[in-house]
Write a protein that binds this ligand. Structure first.
Ligand SMILES: Nc1ncnc2c1ncn2[C@@H]1O[C@H](COP(=O)(O)OP(=O)(O)O)[C@@H](O)[C@H]1O
Ligand SMILES: Cc1ncc(COP(=O)(O)OP(=O)(O)O)c(N)n1
Length: 267
């Protein structure tokens, strides 16, 4: 295995650079890992929303995966936007060969409200992909979609995280509280223990790509040998600092700022 931690993201694109593959690769780079990418969909989007989506043919997704897997050993991988059942099926077939940590950001809807996966793909994600994961990182609406009931406080987040592991079969679940009010609290259940990660809520609308950045950071830290709770703790510090330094780029919800993190001790 390579000495440098190598990581792969399987996700859609964001030409405005704040979310998707672009956010993942920037985060991998910031965290001193070697980042690679397989593109599932090309998405014409920016800080204001999604304009158009072009899905890669499933054969092309499989070719990209084959190209990487057959050539380069890597230490961990993450998935983001995988829009259709056929695409999910291809990814599941290929990644089932891998015996390394799998972090899934179950991307369903962009912050702009635009759907990013087909509605019938949600049950496939829950039933087929989710049981393959080491960790799934749903926000509140995504967690509610998986479990089928409303989450209104941190106690319910804890119950939801346990249900996602014990009923639906994820290795671990990190339910993110960005969509609730008050402190930004995330709950991790790793199959044994519950850990809570808390940060002050930052008063900003510039949070485009927070979920992608967070899951990419966790993937990078895991590839560097951290345990799940350690990787989430460091990932939380990383994403909080990136939100604190986010900036009003574009006309909508601006991106988190990874660049300024170089000044901070979050790496
Ligand atoms: N305004 C904010 N201030 C501080 N942390 C935030 C804020 N909004 C979201 N977060 C944190 O950013 C991370 C991503 O959160 P969330 O918004 O829930 O996911 P997603 O981006 O997938 O919708 C979580 O750690 C969450 O607690
Ligand atoms: C291609 C692509 N993947 C994922 C998202 C969603 O990103 P997320 O980090 O959940 O935050 P928002 O971008 O929705 O603010 C996306 N937009 N595009």
């Amino acid at each position: 295995m390579n000495k440098i931690p190598c990581v792969l993201t399987i996700a859609g694109t964001d030409p405005s650079g704040g979310a998707g593959i672009q956010a993942d690769l920037k985060t991998f780079q910031e965290l001193q890992t070697y980042g690679m990418s397989v593109i599932t969909s090309v998405v014409a989007q920016n800080t204001t929303g999604v304009r158009q989506v072009h899905h890669q043919p499933v054969e092309m997704i499989e070719e990209q995966l084959d190209a990487v897997i057959s050539d380069i050993p890597f230490h961990a991988f993450k998935t983001g936007m995988i829009a259709t059942i056929d695409m999910m099926r291809s990814v599941a077939r290929k990644v089932s060969e891998l015996d390394i940590p799998f972090i899934m950001d179950p991307v369903m809807v962009a912050k702009s409200g635009d759907p990013l996966i087909a509605s019938d793909a949600r049950s496939y994600l829950r039933e087929e992909l989710l049981p393959m994961t080491t960790l799934i990182t749903p926000n509140i609406p995504e967690a509610e979609d998986i479990i089928g009931w409303k989450i209104e406080d941190t106690e319910a987040m804890q119950t939801a995280a346990k249900e996602i592991v014990h009923t639906y079969g994820a290795g671990g679940a990190l339910v993110k509280g960005g969509h609730l009010e008050g402190k930004a609290i995330d709950i991790l259940y790793d199959g044994e223990n519950v850990n809570s990660f808390e940060a002050e809520r930052i008063d900003t609308k510039h949070t485009h790509g927070t979920g992608c950045t967070y899951s990419a950071a966790i993937t990078a830290y895991i590839s560097r040998g951290e345990t799940l709770p350690e990787a989430v703790e460091k990932g939380k510090n990383f994403v909080t600092a990136a939100i604190r330094d986010s900036f009003p780029l574009g006309h909508g919800s601006g991106p988190t700022n990874h660049w300024a993190l170089r000044q901070e001790k979050v790496r």
